[in-house]
Design a binder for this molecule. Sequence first.
Ligand SMILES: [Zn+2]
Length: 91
Amino acid sequence: MIQRRLRVVQWLSTTPAVGVCTLCSREFKVPISALRRTADSQASLQAQFDRHKCEPVDSVLRREPDEEEDEEEDDRKEEDDDDDEGDGYSE
Ligand SMILES: [Zn+2]
């Protein structure tokens, strides 16, 4: 299992302003109201991070090869023809 981590990519002096998930690269922004206090910012980022669901980039990329399955259907049709021939033979 891959561990996801929160990584701060933008700081306002010592206050974390923007963080990303190391696993799905999703961005989390701290609301301005929370930026005033470092503790609030960290808590806000952490809360957003904990709540989000990772959507692996892999699954999006894998859709492309899936489309090629159309070609494989041609093979299946040939197999159907074989079945028909079998029926005729048994008659
Ligand atoms: Zn994530």
